[in-house]
Write a protein that binds this ligand. Structure first.
Ligand SMILES: *Cc1c(COP(=O)(O)O)cnc(C)c1O
Length: 374
């Protein structure tokens, strides 16, 4: 948590709940993905807000994230998508009753051995159907079954992850992964293991009904990011409401005369007499320097462009348009870096576009600042 600044991240928990409900209309088993501190929205705060919606399983990344969620008071099923990395993680699975996705043979054999002393354990199995990160290959299933038989491990879930569900035109690739995954589900069933199967992330669940299977893993859309923004499928995410606003204070307001330049390197020169406001945010607050001369902020409901380079703790914006009769900007006013009220609200995808990134990274990085919940 970054604590040396005046930035505030405001999380609208009501919007988060609303976004979860848009998915419970698609399927009765939605697993909220709250890894990486709930994409910067706060692990415990988000889990508590969703527990009241009837969630029975949460997904996080590493096993110690799962342990932190358990220690924070969560009594629901907790899935650690990244599985146990070392012996310390292994022990946490038993200690906190965590369901971990097991993705390779070393890990599986280690858990089989540990179960001999620690007792029975329910596990998940992760299969690689094309992402080529983690997971057993479909053809490794017989060997997985062989190792499991006679062990104290019980598989209760299998998962795989789609590589291009958010890209219209890649339907064939998604269907290919789905078909491969189905062969694994069928193979396990033939071996007598009836397990919960999930494949779809946010985008996969919205666009591919056949990928919804026994449960969905909802990440980015929970936070109001639309994975189809800017594509032909954009309307699929029209009901989502971004849950994160980020504000920083105006520190000083002064004229920038025609021909004067501003900030390091003088990369911006005023084309006309103008007024700039210096905002208390910079790259040290995870506000990317790539927003220099590119991004916008929202002050009193009006968009204002960034002028010159983003500095470590300061960024200048052009507020000339706000300086007319009866208007004005003064030190202490709030500038929205993300979100904000009204039609000019800065969307996560727009911010990501200026940043040269995706909404996921915008949330994770800005979310490391001090948060308030409303
Ligand atoms: C992060 C993650 C998700 C969530 O993906 P979104 O695109 O954010 O919905 C789902 N499954 C796995 C395995 C993940 O790592």
């Amino acid at each position: 948590m970054i604590e040396y600044n005046k930035l505030r991240v405001r999380v609208h928990l009501d919007n988060l709940r609303h976004n979860y409900r848009t998915y419970t209309r698609l399927h009765d088993r939605v697993i909220p993905v709250i890894k990486s501190d709930a994409y910067g929205h706060g692990l415990l705060e988000v889990s508590r807000a969703l527990e009241s919606e009837g969630v029975d399983t949460f997904a996080v990344g590493f096993v110690h994230e799962a342990a932190a969620l358990r220690q924070g008071g969560c009594d629901k099923r907790i899935l650690a998508l990244l599985g146990p990395i070392d012996a310390a993680d292994d022990a946490l699975l038993w200690e906190h009753e965590i369901l971990a996705a097991v993705s390779h043979f070393d890990q599986l054999r280690r858990l089989v051995a540990t179960a001999e002393t620690n007792g029975p354990l329910a596990i998940g199995l992760k299969f690689d159907t094309g992402m080529r990160r983690l997971g057993f290959l479909p053809e490794e299933l017989p060997q997985v079954i062989e190792i499991l038989s006679g062990s104290k491990l019980t598989p209760v879930m299998i998962s795989s992850h789609l590589a291009s569900a958010d890209t219209p035109g890649r339907e064939v690739d998604v269907e290919g992964q789905h078909a491969q995954f189905q062969t694994v589900i069928d193979g396990l069933a033939e071996a007598g293991f009836e397990v919960e199967a999930n494949l779809a992330n946010s985008a996969g669940a919205l666009a591919f009904e056949q990928c919804r299977l026994s449960s969905l893993r909802q990440g980015i859309t929970l936070y109001g990011g639309n994975p189809f923004c800017g594509t032909s499928l954009e309307a699929l995410g029209r009901e989502l409401k971004p849950a994160m606003d980020v504000v920083a204070p105006v520190m000083q307001v002064h004229p920038l005369k025609k021909g004067e330049s501003i900030s390091y390197g003088w990369t911006y020169t005023a084309e006309a007499d103008s007024v700039v406001a210096v905002i208390g945010v910079g790259y040290a607050d995870n506000y990317s320097r790539s927003l220099s001369n590119t991004g916008e902020m929202l002050i009193h409901g009006t968009r204002v462009p960034i002028r010159g380079r983003v500095c470590m703790q300061m960024t200048a914006v052009d507020v000339t348009a706000l300086m007319g009769e009866g208007k004005g900007v003064a030190p202490g006013d709030e500038a929205y870096l993300l979100g904000g009220p009204g039609p000019e609200t800065i969307t996560p995808e727009e911010m990501a576009g200026w940043w040269g990134s995706i909404s996921y990274e915008v949330f994770c990085l800005l979310g490391m600042n001090q948060r308030e919940y409303i």
